[in-house]
Design a protein. Structure first.
Length: 313
């Protein structure tokens, strides 16, 4: 894909939205993460959906790879449940990234735990599946990115690729809670970590991308990274003080030093409808020489998720 020029994403509409009458899923369709299962000839999209108590679990739908608007199957049972009481994801878990490892799928997650003085704590977790994601199990109950002296608040939303013999991760981290128009938010930035096995991570003291305060930003969150033609390419979510999330884009030759190229991203909010107020949480998948972008719309995915097709110029 030639991304030296501005991308031209053609929106194809919303694929899935919550069923208000459902017992198991009644709120949100957040953080869609697709994977193409060639032997099944389906695109399986994992996402988080919350129950009536706002405890999120991970579900999936299967899409026709020839027509992504056609839902072939929708799971009724969660692929991954909330964590055990007292663990970092006992109030909810959502997907962030998938990596194939032999016959297994590694699912990197964000775990939620409610708090008293701040709204919640968020940390990155991991789960494994040997049945194409129908069910996942946790290899352990601890977060894979924990508190450190330089990052005492939060680490989460991993994007992982296997590159040059090691696992490389880009993730958001926070060093403070900030007050924006009377509400508390985490000051998301994007950091970097490495691993030899995908389970144990060395978190680097590196800030890859941070909010541009001159542009009225206060958070840069949920990266999604590809390596293509010797370039690391990152899509991410930008939160502004005066407007809600938008999608940004950056490039890097080494995965550490990034140049923001938000002007090339080629997708914005619609004039009306489910994604007219915000777009966020992008994930990319290539199928049959076509590139698709999955994303959430208004209210951080309360109205579900949709996709766009990259139109080559």
């Amino acid at each position: 894909m030639d991304l030296t020029k501005k991308m031209n994403w053609i929106k194809k509409g919303r694929i899935w939205s919550p069923d208000e009458t459902s017992v198991s899923k009644c709120n949100y369709g957040i953080l869609p993460v697709p994977i193409y299962l060639k032997h099944l000839n389906v695109i399986r999209v994992f996402f988080g959906s919350a129950d009536k108590n706002m405890n999120s679990r991970i579900y999936y739908i299967d899409l026709n790879p020839e027509n992504l608007n056609e839902v072939l199957f929708e799971s009724q049972q969660s692929s991954l449940d909330i964590g055990r009481l007292g663990t970092f994801d006992d109030s909810g878990v959502v997907p962030s990234c998938l990596v194939k490892q032999g016959g297994e799928l590694l699912l990197f997650t964000v775990g939620f735990q409610r708090c008293e003085k701040v709204p919640y704590m968020l940390y990155a977790g991991i789960a494994k599946s040997q049945n194409n994601g129908i069910t996942f199990t946790r290899p352990h109950e601890a977060p894979i990115l924990n508190r450190t002296p330089i990052r005492p608040i939060s680490q989460g939303a991993p994007s992982v690729i296997f590159h040059n013999g090691i696992y490389k991760m880009w993730h958001w981290y926070s060093t403070d809670w900030i007050n924006v128009k009377g509400k508390l938010y985490l000051d998301y930035k994007i950091g970097y970590a490495e691993s030899t096995d995908g389970l144990n991570w060395d978190m680097k003291d590196i800030c890859c991308i941070e909010p541009d305060k001159n542009n009225n930003e206060f958070a840069v969150a949920r990266p999604f990274v590809l390596f293509e033609k010797n370039i690391f390419k990152m899509w991410y979510s930008i939160r502004f003080v005066e407007k809600l999330y938008r999608i940004g884009y950056a490039e890097s030759s080494d995965g550490i030093n990034w140049e923001r190229k938000d002007h090339l991203v080629g997708i914005d909010v619609s004039d009306n409808g489910w994604d007219s107020e915000m777009i966020c949480y992008p994930s990319i998948i290539d199928i049959n020489e076509k590139r698709y972008l999955f994303y959430n719309g208004n209210d951080n995915g309360k109205n579900g998720f949709g996709y766009a097709l990259l139109q080559e110029k």
